[in-house]
Design a protein around this ligand. Structure first.
Ligand SMILES: Cc1cc2nc3c(=O)[nH]c(=O)nc-3n(C[C@H](O)[C@H](O)[C@H](O)COP(=O)(O)OP(=O)(O)OC[C@H]3O[C@@H](n4cnc5c(N)ncnc54)[C@H](O)[C@@H]3O)c2cc1C
Length: 311
């Protein structure tokens, strides 16, 4: 949906911080505007009930939103039509090396069955949060940690009173996206290792908090009796900047650690990496690509490894 993204703030301090952030974005060419309360309500009139609590907002008209699952499924179909093969329900068990290079990737169907080795000339490690543990066997220590997030999707009871523009309830760090006759509320970050369960006490609390907040903002607009909950792991780095580029193994490339913005940055990261692997200078100038990739602005910096581990 090409209607922009509107951040709104329910505290003055948050609004001031958001306005300062918007100025920085404008400095780097992003049209992020600072809005007073009335202008916020003009952009998204559905916020009227909550309006008295709003101190201001920022709006980026060029931002887009959508359904990430539909996007990735359609993208996969386009790739298949161009000859790509996807091995679903197949896990990488091991990465083999020979002569200081990757020589193959050992994969096995998750449901069981024979393992086999896939061989290529270049390899890309893009397993989100799982990239870090997977590459440790090669002595590559990446500073990526899973930050668990949740979403709740609700059916709308009164679609005409629901928001259309994508919203960021910035004080609570909750995103609200309109998906036809449904609304999706996403947010929270929990450091819980690789746990992706939804039935624990903390998970349940966080999920119900999303629905409760939606009800505060848009009372009676959605059916809160049958929420569809989902959880995922954001592959987070301390800076929120991903590892893109060549690893210390010449034919192994990295594209991982996209944190809170992996969908937003997915296409650009993929394009830049394809350019690097093809020996071209990426159109995205000035980004600190890893390793010996061009331009050599950022050398590969592994995490300090625990004692006793081999680099
Ligand atoms: C609640 C929530 C809301 C979010 N909202 C936004 C948003 O609004 N905008 C945005 O841009 N981003 C958002 N994100 C972040 C975004 O989802 C991530 O940054 C993105 O998914 C990272 O993509 P990835 O492909 O690197 O990793 P992942 O999406 O984690 O994918 C990694 C893949 O690797 C596979 N894998 C792992 N280990 C193995 C193995 N051993 N063998 C085979 N396969 C393996 C996994 O099965 C998985 O398919 C959100 C995240 C969450 C949790």
């Amino acid at each position: 949906m090409e209607r922009g993204i509107l951040h709104f703030f329910s505290s003055e301090a948050d609004f001031q911080a958001g306005a300062a952030g918007a100025e920085l974005m404008r400095k780097y060419g992003v049209d992020r505007r600072v809005l007073g309360r009335d202008e916020v309500l003009k952009v998204e009139p559905a916020l009227a009930t909550f309006g008295p609590n709003i101190h201001g907002g920022t709006f980026t008209p060029s931002d887009e939103s959508g359904d990430a699952m539909v996007f990735t499924q359609k993208l996969a179909a386009l790739c298949r039509a161009r000859g790509a093969t996807f091995l679903h329900d197949t896990a990488i068990a091991r990465i083999d090396t020979a002569g200081g290079q990757i020589s193959g990737v050992r994969v096995r169907p998750v449901a069981g069955g024979a393992a086999r080795t896939l061989v290529a000339d270049q390899y890309v490690a893009a397993m989100g949060s799982y990239t870090a543990p997977m590459l440790r066997q090669l002595g590559i220590w990446l500073n990526i940690y899973p930050a668990k997030g949740y979403s709740a999707t609700l059916k709308l009871k009164r679609p005409h009173d629901a928001s259309v523009v994508s919203l960021l309830d910035d004080t609570r760090k909750i995103a609200i996206s309109r998906l036809g006759d449904h609304i999706r509320i996403a947010g929270t970050a929990e450091l819980a290792g690789f746990d992706t369960s939804l039935d624990g006490a903390t998970a349940q609390k966080r999920c119900t908090a999303l629905v409760r907040r939606y009800e505060e903002l848009f009372p009676g607009v959605a059916d809160t009796s049958e929420p569809h909950y989902w959880t995922g792991l954001r592959p987070s780095t301390p800076t929120n900047i991903p590892y893109i580029g060549r690893s210390k193994i010449a034919n192994l490339w990295l594209n991982a650690g996209h944190g809170t913005l992996g969908w937003t940055h997915g296409a650009g990261s993929g394009q830049a990496l394809a350019e690097l692997i093809s020996g071209q200078r990426p159109a995205l100038a000035g980004f600190g690509f890893c390793g010996e990739a061009l331009p050599p602005t950022r050398s590969f910096v592994p995490v300090a490894q625990p004692q006793g581990k081999q680099a």
